[in-house]
Each structure stands twice: as C-alpha cells, then as structure tokens.
Design a protein around this ligand. Structure first.
Ligand SMILES: O=C(O)CCC(=O)C(=O)O
Ligand SMILES: [Fe+2]
Length: 273
C-alpha cells in the first residue's frame, strides 16, 4: 500500500467522476521522461499480455515501468483501481512529423457496461505544444458509451480540451472518455504512452477519504461542460450513480435529483381495512 499522502483526495475523485479525467501537469521528473522517451523510440517490451498483474509487466530496468512505479503514480492507480490492478494493454501512440490530419473522434473499447471502470493513462514524456497536437479529449463524455468510432462524424465540440503540456504531464481518464489524436505540424515525432488498467477489487473508497464529507463535492458533481446542452441533468444523475457506488452510500444525492426517481407512486399504500 502506498503512503496515504500519495492517494487522491475526495475532491479529486469527484472531479474524476464529473469530468472523466484528472490532469497532472509537470508531474513526472525529467530524468524519467528522458529515459521513457528513449524507450518509446526504441520499443517498450512487456512480460506478459492482457490480464497480467501490473507489477509483473515491466522489468526493473524498464523506463516506462519506473514511471508507473513512482509512489505518486501508484497513489493514483490505487485510488482508482486498487492496489493490484491488471494490465490490459499499452500503446506507444506516434504521430509522425508533418501529419496534417489527426484521428477521428472515438472512444476505446467499450464492451463492459458495468459500473466498474477501467482507467487509461495518457503520459506525455516530452513537451507537447499545440502545433504538435496533444490528445483532444471531451470532458464529461465518459458516460456516453459509444461504440468506437460512432462519433467520427463530429469535428469539434464546445469545451473540448487539447492536452497541450510540458514534458512529464500525466492524464488519467475513465475508459469511456471520447478522444482523438491531433495533427502534428512540427518536424518532430510526437509520442504519447497509453496504459489501460482493469480493477480487481470493488472500487469502494480506495482513495484518501479523510475529506469525504467536504462541502464542495455537490458543486463538483454538478459541473456543466456545456456541449450536452440541457442534458446536463442526465449527466448529473449519471455522476450521482457512480458517486454512490464509490462511496457505498445508496442514499447520496445532489439536491433531489436521484431521490425523485426513487419514489414509488405505483405502490399501493398498506392501509388497514
Ligand atoms: O495519440 C493520441 O493522442 C490518442 C491515441 C488514442 O486514440 C488512444 O490512446 O486510444
Ligand atoms: Fe483511442
């Protein structure tokens, strides 16, 4: 178990539930980034495929392994998917120099509709200015379980977020997040390391819950990313359901959103004759 100081806070968890991601800028130290960049260019090897315990996947000398073994990265992993998640897959995502087209909008494999969620790390080992792309994500899209490229006809969304960042930036996203690689107009290759992990334990209060009852949570869960218009109400309900699951409290509500649906007017009152 990683030291508690490295675990996520309740506010960060609520942000993950509302936005579908957390972003950690300038998070990984430079020497790790340089080594990981080199390893990505020459090839990252793993010991075992999908379903291997994460801790067994990378040898001691693996630069990428060292990044994910950092206590503060372990803290993110343990908070979201527990201490011993399974490695699902990784990919070194490359956008070649002078690529004028990006990827189409998509969500990665969504074949599991359980409340349990996988996480995906997007790790940027080198500076990624806008002209190099960055990955475009759509905050708040993770509950819209689209199948792969169903959303490919869209070009741009209100409130889309381009991950323009310095070396050492790490994103962790819910597996439902809509995203796409961007064009790379520089003469350098753009690398992004993606790692998907599966939970092996019930995702129940795995983070640092010292601030569980902090006042700001309802406000965070009510965020409006605007691209879905009035459907923000549906999104708030989706978030309450996930928050209930994470904190193990089926009575939690933000205002009267979900409780309203739990009235049972169809029940015949038990009136004595
Ligand atoms: O290269 C990127 O920025 C995004 C790659 C991608 O679609 C993915 O990680 O599934
Ligand atoms: Fe993808």
């Amino acid at each position: 178990m990683v030291d508690k100081q490295h675990l996520l806070t309740t506010e960060q968890m609520a942000s993950f539930v509302a936005d579908g991601y957390l972003r950690f800028d300038d998070f990984i130290p430079d020497e790790y980034n340089k080594a990981a960049h080199e390893e990505m260019a020459s090839g990252v090897s793993t010991r075992g495929g999908g379903g291997t315990v994460l801790n067994d996947v990378w040898g001691e000398n693996s630069a990428v392994g060292n990044v994910f073994r950092l206590p503060k990265v372990q803290g993110i992993i343990q908070s979201l998917v527990g201490e011993n998640p399974l490695y699902d897959h990784h990919a070194v995502h490359i956008v070649r120099p002078n690529s004028e087209t990006g990827q189409i909008w998509h969500a990665d494999a969504i074949i599991d509709l359980r409340m349990h969620f996988d996480i995906q790390f997007f790790y940027f080992s080198h500076d990624t200015p806008r002209e190099m792309g960055g990955t475009m994500i759509l905050p708040g899209s993770h509950f819209r379980r689209v199948c792969e490229t169903d959303i490919a006809r869209y070009q741009n969304f209100l409130s889309q977020h381009a991950v323009v960042c310095n070396a050492g930036t790490l994103l962790v996203v819910h597996h439902g997040m809509w995203h796409c690689a961007q064009p790379n107009l520089t003469d350098q290759t753009r690398y992004m390391f993606k790692l998907r992990l599966n939970p092996t334990v019930r995702q129940l209060k795995l983070w640092n819950t010292d601030d569980l009852n902090t006042a700001g949570i309802r406000g965070i869960l009510s965020r409006n990313h605007r691209w879905y218009g009035n459907d923000v109400r549906l999104e708030i309900v989706n978030r309450i359901k996930l928050w209930r699951f994470l904190i193990g409290d089926e009575s939690y509500d933000v205002g009267y959103w979900l409780s309203r649906l739990e009235n049972m007017p169809e029940n015949v009152p038990n009136v004595a004759a």
